[in-house]
Design a protein around this ligand. Structure first.
Ligand code: FPP
Length: 240
């Protein structure tokens, strides 16, 4: 039996990178890597829920990913649809509430209706909040927040002086959720790639070389132990 964690992040955010390389290393088409990535994700969702993490946010498709070859984009969306249709019952059984965050434009009607169905079916769940960032961009999210804030001011619901950091948080897709404490990016690249830009200000970064399909529960355990061993100072000084 492993030691329990000394502390657990409330919110874990993951950039699931390396599916393409995983497939290419095996001489397989990139979509095969994405399919293997979904398998890895299933275990990570289960483990997040088991260890008591409150929020898990994963980056499934960015606003920049539309520039990939059309067949790869199509394959990712088909996997997403398959995941939603197949997994929702198991998620609900485990009290996992799924929400898709990002812009809903450019998504086809079949996917939109699967998203709505999954969100509605799991809306009452009280365990892990599972956010899937789809057609998501951190800057787009801030643009959407700025527009909504401007509308609120225009309608007299807010004055500009009332806007503080908490107000902005309330206008983001993650409104009401704690900011990520731990941000994991698999695949070794040291970038944020437009993910949760506002929310990740003080997130601890963990960037293993492991490609996403190889990110097993053991690898996740290592990430959580690395987090537990860190001293977070939030710009202050080390407590005595
Ligand atoms: C990054 O790897 C991965 C993606 C852009 C897609 C992630 C999508 C999934 C895991 C499947 C759909 C998601 C859900 C929630 C069912 P990459 O292709 O950039 O890898 P590379 O850096 O090796 O090229």
């Amino acid at each position: 039996m492993k030691e329990p964690y000394e502390k657990i992040p409330r919110h874990v955010a993951i950039i699931m990178d390396g599916n393409g390389r995983w497939a290419q290393k095996r001489g397989l088409p990139r979509p095969v890597g994405h399919r293997a990535g979904v398998e890895a994700l299933r275990d990570i969702v289960r483990m997040s829920s088991d260890v008591g993490i409150e929020v898990l946010t994963v980056y499934a498709f960015s606003t920049e990913n539309w520039s990939r070859p059309q067949d790869e984009v199509g394959a990712i969306f088909r996997l997403m649809l398959e995941y939603l249709n197949r997994e929702v019952a198991a998620l609900v059984e485990n009290q996992v509430r799924i929400r898709i965050i990002g812009r809903r434009d450019h998504l086809n009607d079949t996917l939109l209706s699967a998203i709505e169905k999954a969100e509605t079916a799991s809306a009452h769940c009280k365990g892990l909040a599972f956010n899937v960032a789809l057609n998501y961009g951190g800057r787009a999210e801030l643009v959407d927040a700025a527009r909504a804030l401007a509308r609120a001011v225009q309608q007299g619901e807010l004055s500009p002086e009332m806007i503080d950091e908490q107000t902005i948080s309330r206008y983001l897709y993650t409104a009401g959720q704690p900011d990520p404490d731990l941000l994991i990016r698999t695949g070794g690249d040291q970038r944020l790639s437009n993910f949760l830009l506002y929310q990740s200000s003080y997130a601890e970064l963990y960037i293993p070389d492991t490609l996403w399909p190889d990110f097993t529960p053991e690898a996740y355990d290592k990430a959580l132990r690395s987090y537990a061993a860190r001293q977070r100072r939030f710009g202050g000084i080390k407590p005595r």
